[in-house]
Design a protein around this ligand. Structure first.
Ligand code: C5P
Length: 223
């Protein structure tokens, strides 16, 4: 059997990560969270005194950190220069800065290379989640999914994930999310976009299990 490559894109809060991990686990595929890599790059920049709003400074630093992603869907990992970065990449500081860092072409070139190598190395295939996987990173993917949901549903899910840790009110979460999506969709280099051949799944009124089932079925039809 040839490895199956699954691209899952969409804005924040559509359930991309939970869905992608579960689909990969069910089908015995590897899993890659490309958002975690952009966050890891951003965390390194912030930790090393790089001005994230200075694109030239970010571009020069882009090849410095060593970012390694573990692709087991039941225990995905991410390290930066050998240090576990899973916690620090989820802070509000990183979330607020990540769109600026990910808009820099040198950052994207570096991470896209890592992403393509991970896909090529996956023995049975891989589920890769992000914003530009179907359009840019893996244009020949076996199956391309574009997840959407209303801004309200996405903010509610994101607040649920924060679990009171960084208690934010729903309106603030929604505003931050809409702002990040606008930046990600509006940037010049491979913006958040649905590939022409991607299948759009609106998750607003679906449970996580329903979304997983829907995507597993789509993959099984194609492989
Ligand atoms: O998926 P997550 O919300 O963790 O992604 C964080 C950020 O990383 C996004 O808001 C976007 O700026 C960037 N990103 C990207 N391209 C990808 C994945 C994420 O630009 N393929």
């Amino acid at each position: 059997e040839t490895p199956v490559i699954v691209a899952i894109d969409g804005p924040s809060g559509t359930g991309k990560s939970s869905t992608s991990k579960a689909v990969a686990a069910k089908l015995g595929l590897s899993y890659l969270d490309t958002g975690a890599q952009y966050r890891a790059m951003t965390w390194w920049m912030l930790s090393n005194g790089i001005d994230v709003d200075n694109a030239a400074e970010v571009a020069t630093a882009a090849d410095k950190p060593t970012i390694v992603s573990g692709t087991d869907p039941s225990a995905p990992t991410i390290t930066v220069d050998g240090t576990d970065a899973a916690g620090p990449i989820r802070t509000q500081e990183v979330t607020a800065a990540v769109s600026a860092v990910s808009a820099v072409p040198e950052v994207r070139a570096r991470l896209v290379e890592l992403q393509r190598s991970a896909a090529a190395a996956a023995p049975n295939g891989i589920v890769v989640e992000g914003r530009d996987i179907g359009t840019t990173v893996l244009p020949d993917a076996t199956v391309k999914i574009f997840l959407t949901a209303s801004a309200q549903a996405r903010a509610a899910r994101r607040n649920g994930e924060l679990n009171g840790k960084e208690a934010a009110d729903l309106a603030a979460t929604q505003a931050a999310l809409v702002k990040r999506d606008a930046a990600d969709s509006g940037r010049k280099t491979s913006p958040l976009a649905k590939a022409d051949d991607a299948i759009e799944v609106d998750t607003t009124d679906l449970t996580l299990d329903q979304v997983i089932e829907c995507i597993v079925t789509l993959i099984e039809e194609k492989r």
